[in-house]
Design a binder for this molecule. Structure first.
Ligand code: F6P
Length: 547
């Protein structure tokens, strides 16, 4: 097994390059090489990735290429495609790429390919039947409202995609998403939902997730009260590996869709977990989404590292995290409809690579996943860009930018483009004191005012950003973007020598919550887990008891 990145020669040489570049401002790199855009931008699978404003040069890029080879990225990639159990701690293959393979391909082998096609057809037929009204509720009405009940990977992907592809959903039932256990979202939906035309989809790979089962049971009780127990079969669908649980819940056998243990939850929106998306955008839209993902797969599988967008994105991320010491990445889409992309990427990146123990079972001595956060870029300009420009913490930035408006207001999208590119330039170049002073002198401020104000108006610059631009936000492009980030995450996991596909860190909290629930319900009855918690529970119970 190849060594993790930090134990390879290219890694030590990258440390020296970071020192070499440490005293150089990024705008200086542009001054030295005006052709940076040509040298540090790539197009692949319909996406332009402009990383010319990253704090690197040709020597760093060449060394990052060597790093990819040194960690065996090629071998690990091929092992994933062959269906080897690279999710070592769970003894599972990792084959989300098989979910989006085209007809005739055999990714994962003949049996897996057959199952994927069969299940895809079943799911798409169901989605089209819901859309067309061939499938009806118990009272004979078609469904005009679909409520997906799930959380994490059984929610974030479809929810993000339905919003991102809103223009493609206008002739479909309204698709909504319920996830948190507090019940507020579900309560808001049930207040004005017509039970006769509402379909619930319980999405849960395990069908044991507390939040999902709690919300599903509440929805089930509501429907039973409105339409009777026998209506459950017609008004619930489910996606899971757990057939026994679906039996117990009473899900119609024809309204059940398969999951496989070789698909991680955060990689599952390509499977029947995406049934709400398929209902929203239809068969053709969903197939275009899959095709976009597959196109990016083929690019990642075949392009050389220095042309390979996902590999480059992963390598540059390692450069920023491990050599530029930037522990967070802000994802800033300049398209309101990608507003939930940062949340989706939080699970994809941080549940995959938020690890501190290596594949060898030893605590790592290097940083791993960055904290992922973000907002639509234009909003962010009016909320946290002050910190990004002049604050003490520094962040790496991903700016996502469609060329075409998806609401026929191109003049407004052009303003979004201008803002996005202006911010990228400002983050890179900053505004030095002499330029600030010149501006203030042109404004004819008195000298003492100029001296007082100048330090406050200086922008340090050298904030690294990557621009990810594409023609328009359509199903194919969204598939390419999601697969781009999936393979970026894979690349980084290989470099850090960690397992990107398990998630042991989510178990402890769930277990403690189960232990605490009885004492929250009945503070005097059940013993609280700890004195500190008992006092809080008692105080909350006091408030809860008040009218
Ligand atoms: O957050 C833990 C987790 O297991 C995620 O990995 C998963 O996407 C989510 O919970 C939901 O799990 P399930 O689909 O089994 O309900």
């Amino acid at each position: 097994m190849p060594s993790p990145g930090p134990r390879t020669a290219p890694w030590s040489e990258l440390t020296a390059h970071a020192t070499r570049l440490g005293t150089v401002a990024t705008h200086e790199l542009f001054a030295r090489d005006p052709g940076r855009f040509e040298r540090f931008s790539r197009e692949g699978a319909g996406i332009l990735m402009d990383f010319s404003r990253q704090h690197l040069d040709e020597m760093v890029l060449a060394k990052l290429d060597e790093l990819a080879e040194a960690v065996g990225l090629r071998e690990y990639r091929e092992a994933m495609w062959r269906g080897e159990k690279i999710n070592a701690t769970e003894g599972r293959a990792v084959l989300h790429v098989a979910l989006r393979q085209p007809a005739g391909a055999r990714i994962g082998g003949t049996e897996i390919a057959r199952e994927v096609f069969e299940e895809r057809e079943r799911m798409l037929t169901f989605a089209e039947n819901v859309r067309s009204g061939r499938i009806l509720g118990s009272s004979g009405k078609p469904f005009n409202r679909v409520v997906n009940i799930g959380i994490g990977g059984s929610d974030l992907g479809p929810a993000m995609a339905v919003r991102a592809l809103h223009p493609y959903t206008l002739d479909a039932p309204r698709c909504e998403f319920v996830s948190n256990v507090d019940g507020n979202r579900l309560s808001d939906i049930l207040k004005d939902a017509d039970p006769r035309s509402t379909l619930f989809i319980v999405s849960s790979k395990t069908f044991t997730t507390l939040e999902t089962l709690t919300n599903a049971r509440t929805a089930r009780a509501w429907l039973r009260d409105k339409l009777g127990e026998e209506a459950v079969r017609e008004h619930f669908a489910a996606v899971s590996v757990n057939h026994r649980a679906m039996d117990e819940f009473g899900v119609h056998p024809e309204h059940r869709f398969k999951m496989w243990d070789w698909v991680g939850g955060r990689y599952s929106m390509w499977s029947s977990i995406g049934v709400s998306l398929a209902i929203a955008i239809g068969r053709e839209g969903f197939l275009a989404f899959l095709a976009g993902g597959h196109e990016m797969d083929e690019h990642f599988r075949t392009a050389h590292w220095h042309e390979n967008l996902p590999a480059l994105m992963g390598l540059i991320g390692v450069w920023n995290i491990n050599f530029q010491m930037l522990p967070t990445l802000a994802v800033l889409p300049y398209d309101e409809r990608l507003g939930r992309l940062p949340a989706y990427l939080q699970q994809l990146e941080m549940e995959s690579n938020g690890k501190s123990v290596s594949l060898e079972g030893r605590r790592v001595e290097w940083q791993t996943a960055a904290v992922i956060w973000g907002e639509p870029g234009n909003n962010a300009q009016h909320s946290f860009f002050q910190l990004l420009h002049q604050g003490t913490p520094r962040a790496a930035l991903d700016l996502l930018l469609p060329a075409k408006s998806s609401c026929d207001h191109q003049a407004q999208q052009d303003l979004a483009i201008a803002n996005c590119l202006a911010q990228a330039e400002a983050f890179m170049a900053g505004l030095p004191a002499d330029a600030v002073r010149a501006d203030l002198e042109r404004a004819q401020l008195p000298p003492e005012r100029i001296e007082a104000l100048t330090p406050h108006k200086v922008h340090p610059g050298s904030r690294p950003s990557t621009l990810i631009a594409f023609p328009r936000l359509d199903p194919g492009t969204l598939g390419r973007l999601v697969a781009l980030y999936e393979h970026k995450v894979f690349t980084q996991g290989v470099i850090w020598g960690i397992n990107s596909f398990d998630q042991w860190g989510v178990e402890l909290g769930k277990k403690l919550a189960e232990q605490l629930a009885p004492s929250v319900r009945d503070p005097d009855g059940a013993p609280a887990a700890s004195a500190g918690v008992a006092k809080v529970i008692a105080r909350l119970a006091g408030w809860r008891a008040q009218p």
